[in-house]
Design a protein around this ligand. Structure first.
Ligand code: SAM
Length: 225
């Protein structure tokens, strides 16, 4: 299954828009002066941040290929090739650090979270906007989409298929002060929407009344002053 990543990032961003609206408001991003998206890939979320805030918005990713596709027209937006474990910034610099569909790709999300937290100023926020729990997908009747989606992501390097359900445990172990929840992506009534990013699946393969529900975790972590 060959995946069109930029299209997938745009779709994921569409599905989780209302969660980001809530998190951005809760973190007061309209007042932020400098923010970071870690693992920004093609910049879908970084661009959203740069256009919705007046903050200096920096996107970093350790892969140059997606970075080369970022639309850098927004004058608030800056990008850099860097690893989340070795960020080239001053500690405590950012009003907010944002991740979106990043932690599932990391071998050790705990370590990365600990590092990212160091770069937030006292009183600032770490926003985990979306981390899916692929094992938690409900698909009925079973058309094999869940299984082939997980397999293609693992072929691309996905590290965790059940991270969503473990996130509260991870954040608690790090002694972070946080609020969290799940939103569900549901295909109900719009099968074409999910099929538009999963190539090679014919609509006729799917039984009548097909249901595909994916739980997606989010959290807002506040760094005490
Ligand atoms: C699924 S993409 C997320 C895309 C983007 N956040 C969005 O939602 O549009 C995950 C990105 O994390 C990047 N990544 C993985 N490990 C990383 C690391 N250790 N440091 C920085 N970026 C990393 C990958 O290169 C990939 O572009």
């Amino acid at each position: 299954m060959e995946l069109n990543w930029h299209r997938i990032y745009q779709k994921q961003a569409e599905w989780t828009q209302s969660t980001r609206n809530y998190l951005f408001r809760r973190a007061g991003l309209h007042r932020a002066s400098i923010i970071l998206e870690a693992g920004c890939a093609t910049g879908v979320i970084t661009n959203e941040l740069a256009s919705r805030t007046s903050a200096i918005t920096i996107g970093i990713d350790n892969d140059l290929k997606p970075l080369s596709l970022i639309d850098t027209n927004n004058q608030n937006l800056y990008i850099a090739c860097a690893d989340v474990h070795k960020l080239p910034f001053k500690k405590g610099l950012f009003d907010a650090v944002i991740t979106n569909y990043l932690l599932i790709w990391l071998e050790n999300p705990n370590e990365a979270l600990k590092k990212l937290y160091e770069f937030i100023r006292p009183g600032g926020y770490l926003l985990i906007c979306a981390e899916p729990d692929y094992d938690g997908i409900i698909e009925y009747p079973d058309s094999g989409i869940k299984t082939s989606l997980i397999k293609s992501l693992q072929d691309e390097g996905l590290q965790h298929t059940d991270l969503g359900r473990k996130m509260n445990e991870i954040l608690s172990a790090l002694s972070f002060e946080f609020e969290s929840g799940f939103v569900n992506y549901s295909s109900s009534g719009n099968v074409d929407d999910i099929l538009s990013i999963i190539p090679g699946i014919n609509k006729n393969q799917i039984g009548n009344g097909w249901v595909f529900i994916q739980p997606i975790y989010y959290a807002i972590i506040h760094k005490p002053r």
